[in-house]
Ligand binder design. Structure first.
Ligand code: GDP
Ligand code: GDP
Length: 435
């Protein structure tokens, strides 16, 4: 489901990261690193008055050799391309600077709503100085103090009121999926082939909404939506080459997909960056298909696919549920399997299992393996019920949730997989104490 996206832009040191952390309530301060995946701190979910949205701190997407003007240009481009609402941040401490004017000028090009916020307005005297900022031509400046937390509510009110009305509407019968992966694995080539050789990619009109780059198509009577073909459209832009940006784009595509195709390159093998992207997809709880592209390139014998599969299973152990397809965008080999598999995974992640059936399974499972004994206390499992789909999530009522270690959850997940077709989808187990 697509959430509205808010981007924060502005010259260095005005307090973008501080504001970002304020808006997301610093929830990301705790970096989860269970799978060797460090969450990207430049992209996070936030909520205001019950409206959820994503926030991008474009200032965090830096260049190794970046000249400041080029960075600012790239930031503005990212915001214009990715966001629904743009917050231009500046600081009352230095007044209006040349760089502020440069940022503002870049933002004049977009039809998207731009909100001007003036940071470091920590006290009434400073708040009185914000009138200079009218000269930027971006409307009423909103004074905020990101470090003190004042004015943030007014800013968020303004942001939320500018959200497009239909961003989180989605037709129920359309399956959204995306191609993610590091640069050059062949994502665009696959997309182009899937959509038909001669399809013209719509040029980037200023102010087009993000949805315009999501391409709907129908295959064998099923409606699909291919998310974020922007990689093609945006080719050549300055920011396209930075790794941080490609991670950010992957995350935004993952958020909006039901099923994610993780594209690998058969000719180069698996790289570190492939693992980062895979980790995000897994953590997001989306359906996953591993697509090994460029299968026309490696020398092959009867065991090649098996060998490659073995390596994939070793490198992505937590993706043991993901099916693998060997394809070639160049020859078209097996590309028609992609929509078929996406549909299958979508069905799997949306299936609902009756509680009575689940409890038969629990009974059988307890006969197979006794529940663990932890410090002299035995785990008792009473009842299991599916509380949601996509991803399938099961609440298990037990005597003491502390006793239900990861290994027993893992065992239950395996039992579920053996008895039902959950190929391609993660499964979540939530232990609860029976009252
Ligand atoms: P960025 O480069 O735009 O991301 O800016 P940072 O968030 O890293 O902040 C730059 C500096 O300004 C840091 O030293 C912050 O502590 C400081 N700062 C941020 N917000 C405020 C504020 O509201 N008031 C004051 N006085 N300082 C702030
Ligand atoms: P992206 O950055 O992931 O979108 O990758 P592209 O689609 O731009 O492809 C990168 C390069 O790999 C291009 O030169 C493509 O022509 C080439 N390529 C893509 N798919 C295949 C394939 O299946 N086989 C071969 N041999 N080359 C491919």
């Amino acid at each position: 489901m697509a959430l509205p996206v808010v981007a924060i832009v502005g010259r260095p040191n005005v307090g973008k990261s501080t504001l970002f952390n304020r808006i997301i309530n610093e929830r990301l301060a705790i970096v989860e690193d269970r799978l060797g995946v460090t969450r990207d701190r430049n992209y996070a979910q936030a909520e205001w008055l019950g409206r959820k949205f994503d926030v991008i701190d474009t200032g965090g997407i830096t260049w190794d050799d970046g000249k400041i003007e080029e960075e600012i240009r790239a930031q503005a481009e990212i915001a214009i391309d990715e966001a629904d609402v743009i917050v231009m941040l500046t600081s009352v401490v230095n007044g209006v600077t040349d760089l502020d004017e440069k940022v503002a000028q870049l933002l004049y090009r977009t039809k998207k709503p731009v909100i001007l916020a003036v940071n470091k307005a920590d006290n009434p005297e400073q708040r009185a100085n914000i009138y200079d900022f009218y000269s930027l031509g971006l409307g009423d400046p909103i004074p905020v103090s990101s470090s003190h937390g004042t004015g943030i509510g007014d800013l968020l009110d303004e942001i939320v009121s500018d959200f497009p009305h239909d961003t989180d509407q989605k037709a129920d019968d359309v399956i959204s999926f995306s191609m993610i992966g590091r640069p050059n694995v062949g994502k665009s080539s696959i997309v182009n082939k899937l959509l038909g050789e001669n399809r013209v990619i719509v040029a980037n009109e200023e102010g087009t909404t993000r949805d315009a780059v999501d391409t709907p198509f129908v295959k064998d009577g099923t409606k699909f939506r291919l998310i974020d073909t922007a990689g093609i459209r945006r080719r050549g832009k300055v920011y396209e080459k930075t790794e941080k940006y490609s991670v950010l784009r992957a995350m935004s595509a993952i958020e909006r997909s039901d099923v994610v195709c993780l594209v690998l390159d058969a000719s180069t093998g698996i790289r570190e960056q492939d693992k980062h992207v895979a980790g995000y997809a897994h953590e997001a709880g989306r359906g996953i298909i591993i697509v090994v592209n460029k299968w026309d390139l490696p020398e092959k014998n009867s065991t090649s696919a098996k060998d490659f599969e073995k390596i994939i299973r070793q490198e992505f152990q937590y993706l043991d549920y993901a099916p693998i397809l060997f394809v070639s965008a160049k020859t078209g080999q097996r590309l028609d399997q992609i929509p078929k598999m996406v549909k299958k995974v979508y069905e799997n992640q949306n299936q609902r299992i009756q509680s009575s059936v689940l409890n038969d399974l629990l009974l059988e499972a307890s006969k197979l393996v006794p529940t663990p004994l932890v410090k002299g206390k035995r785990l008792r499992v009473y009842y299991m019920t599916q509380v949601r789909t996509n991803p399938p999530t099961f609440v298990v009522f037990v005597n003491d949730p502390e006793l239900m270690h990861f290994s027993y959850q893992r065992f239950l997940i395996n039992q579920l997989r053996e008895n039902f077709d959950f190929m391609g989808t993660p499964i979540k187990i939530i232990p609860r104490k029976r009252k």
